[in-house]
Design a protein. Structure first.
Length: 208
């Protein structure tokens, strides 16, 4: 697969060291075997060019020649279409729509809570409990297939794995009854693309 690993595309990712949305995009890029440049953005002091590229001044922001994209889902879908192998979304329109709906739910139900936990002023035990209970309740689903609701690794896994990786840093420990989810997390963390996607700040999270 050397030719895939050597794919030279003039892509640049503006990325945050601990940003979970950037992490999702980095996993997709690693799955696709893309060579890209990373600009590590300090969110307290964002570079001038990011302000010019993205009206929201946020990461992830991807530049592919003339094209500038932001919002993790927009970027991930673009990458999947631009680099179709390996595919990370179903082809069938109905399955594709369900996949998008699930991505939306992951973001709305789990990342809303995770974002609060990442913010010291908003992190409370009630939020911790809500996220922990929500994950615990869906744990049995992770037993049915090797990947999230699928026999193949997909965009859904790219979206969930960064959240699971951050649980210790949010102060969440899943109960033993969540074994299927814990096993799934270990499978994701063992995947090459996941290991490749990690920044220094993310590696440190696991040791917290
Ligand atoms: N919905 C956006 C969220 C991205 C986001 O929240 N990024 C944060 C870092 S994790 C950011 O850039 N924040 C900049 C700021 O708050 O000034 C996406 O999916 O890309």
């Amino acid at each position: 697969m050397a030719q895939i690993a050597n794919r030279r595309l003039a892509m640049t990712l503006y990325s945050g060291d601990t940003c979970p949305y950037c992490h999702m995009v980095r996993i997709v890029l690693a799955e696709k075997g893309v060579n890209y440049d990373t600009i590590n953005v300090n969110l307290d002091d964002t570079p001038e060019d990011l302000k010019e590229l993205n009206p929201y001044n946020e990461v992830p922001t991807l530049v592919d020649r003339e094209l500038v994209l932001y919002n993790a889902r927009v970027i991930m879908e673009y990458l999947d279409e631009r680099l179709p192998h390996p595919p990370l979304m179903p082809v069938d329109p109905v399955f594709r729509a369900r996949h998008r709906l699930m991505l939306y739910r992951i973001e709305r139900d789990w990342y809303t809570l995770a974002n609060q936990l990442a913010d010291k002023n908003k992190a409370t035990d009630a939020v911790r409990k809500e996220l922990r209970d929500s994950l615990t309740s869906v744990s049995p689903i992770f037993e049915q297939k090797p990947f999230f609701m699928s026999d193949e690794f997909s965009m859904l896994d790219c979206a969930i794995a960064p959240l699971l990786w951050r649980l210790p840093s949010y102060g969440i420990e899943l109960p033993a009854t969540s074994k299927p989810l814990l096993n799934y997390a270990e499978r994701m963390f063992d995947r090459e693309s996941f290991k490749e996607s990690l920044t220094e700040g993310e590696r440190e999270m696991k040791e917290e």
